[in-house]
Design a protein around this ligand. Structure first.
Ligand code: ZN
Ligand code: ZN
Length: 100
C-alpha cells in the first residue's frame, strides 16, 4: 500500500458516547488517520472548499470541515489585530506613557 504523506482532509467528529470526545478525522479515501484536539494544530491539512494545502490552526478547531484562511474569510485577522492593539494600549498605560 502506498503510504505517501498527504495533507489530511480533516473533519471534526465526536467519537464519544456519554461524554464528548472530539477528534479530527481524515476523510480521504483509504486514510484512517485522525488527530486528537491538542495535536491537530500544525498538521498539514487540505481545505474542504478550495482543495489546497494549509496548516491547521487554532481557529480551525471550531470548524466541522477544516478550511484554509482564504476560504474562512478575513474576520480572524482583523480580530487578531484588534486584540494586539488593546494589549499594547494597556502596556502603554502601565508604563505611564499614555494618559486618558
Ligand atoms: Zn489522510
Ligand atoms: Zn480554501
Amino acid at each position: 500500500m502506498l503510504k505517501s504523506k498527504h495533507s489530511h482532509k480533516l473533519k471534526r467528529v465526536n467519537l464519544g458516547t456519554k461524554t464528548e470526545y472530539i477528534v479530527y478525522k481524515c476523510f480521504r479515501p483509504g486514510c484512517t488517520t485522525y488527530f486528537a484536539r491538542p495535536i491537530v494544530v500544525g498538521v498539514s491539512a487540505l481545505c474542504w472548499a478550495c482543495g489546497k494545502d494549509f496548516t491547521f490552526a487554532v481557529r480551525n478547531l471550531e470548524q466541522v470541515k477544516a478550511k484554509c484562511r482564504k476560504c474562512t474569510g478575513r474576520r480572524d485577522r482583523t480580530e487578531d489585530v484588534e486584540k494586539i492593539d488593546i494589549a499594547s494600549d494597556n502596556i502603554l498605560k502601565q508604563l505611564g506613557l499614555k494618559h486618558e
